[in-house]
Design a protein around this ligand. Structure first.
Ligand SMILES: Nc1nc2c(ncn2[C@@H]2O[C@H](COP(=O)(O)OP(=O)(O)O)[C@@H](O)[C@H]2O)c(=O)[nH]1
Ligand SMILES: [Mg+2]
Length: 303
């Protein structure tokens, strides 16, 4: 055994709702990315640095790749996912066991700008299919004609085969630096995480199209002398009618979302949290380049 330090980057990509963020949280043993049953919950790249013996694997969770015609936000999400595959050491392409590899996946995989990096097909949610259908599914994936280096069935939710996959990635890492110091598991500041947790509660509590039409911006963040953290979260919607729905009857919905977010933030950050939420209408924010840049998207967003 040598004690050369090994490291590398691994992109987690696929269509929306395949369990990519659930997988990131599972391997990191903590919640870094928000998760919901609705597609397009993840809007930006979420980084998780996993430390193992003499090895650091840096995972990049990404927004789902979908047909991004509609607005600049959607295109920014897809662009972010695609770009995350550049200069990584491995790509994990996620599909859902119940749906298998589709024509859409075929198209996406061929377009990924992954260079020479190996690509693994991850068949997730195997807990949702009968065991006897797994072998035929694997055989079929092998025949897809795509250049997968290996096909790996997992359950990100229940954890089955996840250790095997991480071990495989560990073995692929090559001599390199420790990109992130040991105590630093992500590059997201606390205020960003706070906004994401509020957004998750909005995704979980609001119906239909509404979650897609809102954003959360943490405008103010301070550490009180008592040790409590105070966050002021602005919930941005693009229609007056949406504002009313987010606030709810006599403020009931906003209160529900606020307390669910505060409860989770306190557990996550390990301190008392004061969370104030406002709702504001900004017409067509999803096409507002400047605002999207404030959310962390690149300034070279393609039209
Ligand atoms: N049964 C099952 N559900 C899963 C699994 N992984 C993720 N999910 C669920 O699938 C939904 C989408 O997960 P998410 O991680 O947000 O998907 P993403 O859009 O690809 O990041 C959520 O409701 C998850 O709880 C899995 O292995 N098994
Ligand atoms: Mg996600």
């Amino acid at each position: 055994m040598t004690d050369t330090f090994r490291s590398g980057f691994v992109a987690i990509v696929g269509r929306p709702n395949m369990g990519k963020s659930t997988f990131l949280n599972r391997v990191m043993g903590q919640k870094l990315a928000i998760v919901s049953p609705k597609p397009q919950t993840t809007r930006t790249r979420v980084l998780g640095a996993l430390n193992r013996d003499n090895c650091q694997i840096v995972f990049l969770d990404t927004p789902g790749i979908h047909k991004a015609g509609k607005n600049l936000l959607n295109r920014a999400m897809v662009q972010t996912a695609m770009q995350s595959c550049q200069e990584v050491d491995a790509v994990l392409y996620f599909v859902d066991a119940q749906r298998g590899v589709t024509e859409g996946d075929l198209e996406i995989v061929q377009r990924l700008p992954r260079g020479e990096a190996p690509i693994y097909l991850i068949i997730n949610k195997v807990d949702q299919i009968p065991q006897e259908s797994l072998l035929p599914l694997l055989a079929k994936a092998g025949e897809s004609g795509l250049p997968f280096d290996e096909v790996i069935p997992i359950s990100a939710l229940e954890g089955s085969n996840v250790d095997y996959l991480v071990g495989l990635l560990d073995a692929k890492m090559v001599e390199g630096p420790r990109y992130f110091p040991e105590g630093m598991v992500t590059d997201q500041p606390e205020r960003f995480i706070a906004g994401e947790i509020v957004r998750e509660k909005l995704f979980l509590n609001l119906q239909q199209e509404l979650p897609y039409a809102l954003a959360v911006q943490v405008e103010h963040y301070e550490e009180r002398e008592s040790g409590a953290l105070e966050f002021h979260a602005l919930i941005i919607v693009h229609r007056d009618s949406h504002k009313a729905m987010v606030i709810g009857k006599q403020g009931a919905m906003l209160k529900k979302i606020g307390s669910a977010a505060r409860y989770e933030l306190e557990r996550l950050l390990g301190c008392k949290v004061i969370l104030k939420c406002w709702v504001k209408v900004k017409k067509d924010w999803m096409d507002n380049r400047q605002l999207l840049q404030e959310f962390g998207y690149p300034d070279d967003l393609r039209e």
